[in-house]
Design a protein around this ligand. Sequence first.
Ligand SMILES: [Zn+2]
Length: 377
Amino acid sequence: MTSAIDSASSRSTPPSWLPDVHITVAQLASGILEYYQRINSNEPFRLPYPANLQAAFDKMTLLSWHQGVTPPASVMDLLQLAEQPFEEWPITLTGAGVDPEESLLSYGRPNTTCEELGSLSGDVEGEIRETALVRAVMDKARAANAPDSYVAFRRLLIEHPTLTALALDERLATPELALLAGEVRQAYAEVPPEAIADGVVRTCAGCRGLVLPLDDDRTWVCVDATCPRPGKPGPTYPANEGVWWLRRELRTFITGPGRAELRIEQKVKKLGAPIHLWPDFDACDLSVFDERPWVADVKAWRNPIRLANHLKRRLFAVPPDADRAFIVIAHEQVKAQPRYLERLHRECPLVRPGERVVAVSESEFLKEVATRLETQA
Ligand SMILES: [Zn+2]
């Protein structure tokens, strides 16, 4: 979908006091993430608001004045606005890297857009890799020379974003995961109280995550924006036995792309080529063929402009022995936005065809693998 917000151009030099729209929206997203983290913790919320949220409110006020529209009356007012698609905001947000139909909150909770925008550096994914938890897992697995443990950790997070306390204990008793038991437990938190009704926790068959109630308390929805089958109910678990839910940032940056990674693994195996996931402790997401390997990073960003900005800052380092290198865009994203790759190539020439790293769709990648197998045969 073409972004009216991104393509509109400013016509005159803005005054020096006018806040940068991109930073303002990123600060708002970051402030919202922090605010919801605080209200979802068990302690009662106390003012002041998170600094980023307050700063975003002040800046939105300045932007409103400049544009001659009514500013949000309060931080709570701004949070209500965050539920609306950007095209319905009175404030125009040219240059913020958002699409008109996107919003920051869905069903009263921060969504993927908010997560993608929410780091001030814009480099959330990099931070995830640097996050204390994932780093601790990698260090521990590396020190024990246990790449299988690292792979088992990634698989668990992708295949089981929700699981019962008993199921988690069983997983942690396996030789691969026993090494990482402490870290795995930190990756999960208890399900939020609103997820429990009639003594049970409901799940989604499409992503194996939680479903949560809408305001009417009767409609239950999957909260994973990239869920392949959000309408299909999964198993229910008795709440009193303890149910765990993967932390949000891990769901966005590990579970989302991970589904595509596991799907590609299965299809490449079926084609008959050797494939390794997260080889060499996550040097890249996957590596196909043992000789002259092809390496790939799989991306499931909702918005191609934000992914382009991310790639411009942090394109993955291609191992010297790699024959070809790809950024593979997960099927869900290309399906949701048919012009995804076109927009990505336009915004980020570094990954156009002919470059060292080329961005392709999941199906294009599989077609390339099949072609190489045919010509090798
Ligand atoms: Zn789902």
